[in-house]
Design a protein around this ligand. Sequence first.
Ligand code: ATP
Length: 136
Amino acid sequence: MKTVKVNIVTPDGPVYDSEVQMIIAKTAAGEIGVLAGHIPMVAPLEVGAIRLKKEGNVQDIVAVSGGFIEVRPEQVTILAQSAEISSAIDVARAKEAVKRAEERLNASKADDIDFKRAELSLKRAMNRINVYEGNI
Ligand code: ATP
């Protein structure tokens, strides 16, 4: 099976660089699976998991906190606000973030700016926990 080069880059630097058979990503319009030779496109990403298939199986999972996926026939670039490969996730830190976010959600009103921020923080932390646990 043909492979496609994938790079995942954040403002802090590159996180992932490999040749894969398939990239599965959660875009704002739904989940997409990208193979070599895909038509060019750009799509915004949700907070979610990027699953990378090699030799027929998902071998790497990367948690991303939004950004963009740019697809070209032989190269896929993911520009993410933050990205961690599952083995690099500090799950205790993510659980602390969930606790903090839940406290803030309880302490603020739904139209408050802090409420929105806490909701986003909770989403990022839950995504990290799910990716760490392979629960995606
Ligand atoms: P926290 O409240 O724990 O800082 P956060 O969602 O606010 O979480 P971000 O602003 O998304 O954190 O990320 C800041 C930096 O910390 C990024 O480089 C990100 O990859 C890293 N990071 C955040 N949480 C974790 C985690 N649980 N494990 C590993 N790296 C993390």
